[in-house]
Design a protein around this ligand. Structure first.
Ligand code: IPE
Ligand code: IPE
Ligand code: MG
Length: 243
């Protein structure tokens, strides 16, 4: 039997798109007297688990922030640990994608990743591209400003070639050049581990998203914490600038 605290109340409105800033792996590990790398390993296992939980609830879109364009500033050792974890995780995700009939898309400047990782991404996106039960987006070497710079560069190229109707730039056009093109904006953004900032995540897409911050570090964030976040989301009055 499910624990009472983990049952989903029937009248709960589910966000259609949840975005998560997976933060606090390092501090969680250090608090247990372990190296930061241990936090990343447990954090990666938790991502696999929570992706299942969120998919089972029926949320069709999940986007997670796994490595930012700024995270290269970390020690070489830590970057290597993270890249090796992504290497393994991207391979494992092929099975998960088939099992869950889930499409996977990597957002961010993938050209800046090692060639073998780029190849794993290409393969994963190709084999999972036939599924539409859920879309799981993972931000790797992602920065919101970098995404906008890349989008605007391509848009300017198209403008020079005379491909823009009326020569006018609209919000919908900018959206169509972003890494997340075609995906509805997140309804709920969760950031774990206490920090209350975006750290360059989805700057364009979060314009009307509800934010939820929790002190719980990512490796300890489970179904109960997710339900708390969704319950808080249900208490919000979304107005989109109206009354
Ligand atoms: C999140 O945990 C994982 C990545 C940013 C890659 P951190 O590594 O940021 O952990 P803290 O925030 O230092 O505890
Ligand atoms: C944001 O976390 C990036 C990811 C979770 C991948 P950071 O830990 O890198 O952000 P800051 O440095 O606290 O802003
Ligand atoms: Mg952090």
């Amino acid at each position: 039997m499910k624990k009472a605290k983990e049952q989903i109340p029937e009248d709960l409105v589910l966000p259609q798109h949840i975005a998560i800033i997976l933060d606090g792996n390092g501090r969680w590990a250090r608090s247990k007297g372990m190296p930061r790398s241990y936090g990343h390993i447990v954090g990666c296992d938790n991502l696999e688990k929570m992706c299942n939980v969120i998919g089972d609830m029926g949320v069709p879109y999940l986007t997670v922030y796994a490595f930012s364009t700024e995270n290269w500033k970390r020690s070489q050792d830590e970057v290597k640990v993270l890249m090796d974890l992504f290497r393994r995780y991207l391979k494992k995700l092929v099975k998960t994608a088939h099992r869950r009939q889930m499409r996977i898309r990597i957002i961010g400047d993938t050209a800046g990743l090692d060639p073998d990782i780029q190849e794993s991404i290409r393969y994963l996106e190709e084999v999972s591209g036939v599924y539409d039960k859920m879309l799981f987006q993972i931000a790797l070497n992602y920065g919101g400003r970098d995404e906008i710079e890349r989008a605007v560069t391509r848009l300017a190229d198209d403008a020079r070639k005379g491909l823009l109707p009326d020569g006018r730039v609209t919000g919908n056009m900018i959206e169509s050049y972003l890494d997340t093109a075609g995906v509805p904006d997140p309804d709920l953004l969760i950031r774990t581990s206490g920090e209350q900032r975006l750290s360059n995540f989805l700057l364009w897409q979060l314009a009307y998203t509800e934010f939820y911050f929790t002190p719980v570090p990512w490796p300890a964030f489970g179904k109960k914490e997710l339900l708390d976040a969704i319950a808080a989301f249900n208490g919000r009055d979304r107005r989109y600038g109206g009354v």
